[in-house]
Design a protein around this ligand. Structure first.
Ligand SMILES: CC(C)(COP(=O)(O)OP(=O)(O)OC[C@H]1O[C@@H](n2cnc3c(N)ncnc32)[C@H](O)[C@@H]1OP(=O)(O)O)[C@@H](O)C(=O)NCCC(=O)NCCS
Length: 166
């Protein structure tokens, strides 16, 4: 059985690593659902590293580690929006995404959030559906001049267990 991923809070020194991980994740893990131009537009959100770092720092961002390496990250915006979830492509399929999503859901519930919303990429829609997220609307967004489809999904959160993640 492989080692379970560990988690820690985001640190400003992680910005460059997470920007590169974001780009690689989009380029490789979304390749079945988005063409090269769409992926390039999506990945370009990390081109301005200072802006990307400030987005990470402005949200509740957590980092997953696998065998000491940064394996993925996730962020919670305004306590209610599951904004980012990206796993390093060569470490996909080892429970990193699920561990990050579990933590984001617990953190949101601990803050009193009853419903979590995600704009799920087509590549992650089944991942979220399997976790109990329900599709609400289909969207088309423009990023850097490219049109990309995604799906707004929501999940009702259970009240936090006493002594859970704060
Ligand atoms: C979606 C993503 C986060 C999943 O991460 P991961 O670490 O590979 O997922 P896990 O290994 O934790 O998988 C957990 C479960 O989801 C399933 N799963 C993983 N990716 C899936 C996908 N794309 N579609 C359907 N099921 C998926 C796994 O089979 C596993 O199921 P199991 O519990 O029955 O074994 C990752 O593929 C990713 O970063 N994708 C590209 C970026 C992206 O689209 N992010 C979402 C933006 S909204």
């Amino acid at each position: 059985m492989a080692t379970a991923p560990g988690l820690r809070p985001y640190l400003p020194a992680d910005a460059a690593t997470l920007a590169a991980l974001f780009r690689a994740s989009v380029e490789e893990l979304a390749a079945e659902d988005y063409d090269a131009d769409q992926r390039e537009a999506w990945a370009s959100a990390a081109d301005d590293e200072a802006a990307f770092a400030s987005r990470l720092a402005g949200e509740l961002t957590i980092v997953a580690l696998l065998g000491g390496d940064v394996a993925g990250f996730a962020s919670l915006k305004d306590n209610a929006i599951f904004d980012m979830l990206y796993v390093r492509p060569d470490l996909a399929g080892q429970g990193v995404g699920a561990t990050l999503a579990d933590a984001i859901e617990k953190l949101a519930a601990a803050r009193g959030t009853k419903k979590l919303t995600v704009e799920a990429s087509d590549s992650a829609r089944d991942f979220f559906a399997a976790r109990g997220y329900v599709a609400q609307s289909r969207n088309t967004v423009t990023i850097a001049g490219e049109w990309l489809g995604n799906t707004t999904m929501t999940k009702e959160l259970a009240a936090p267990a006493a002594g859970g993640l704060q």
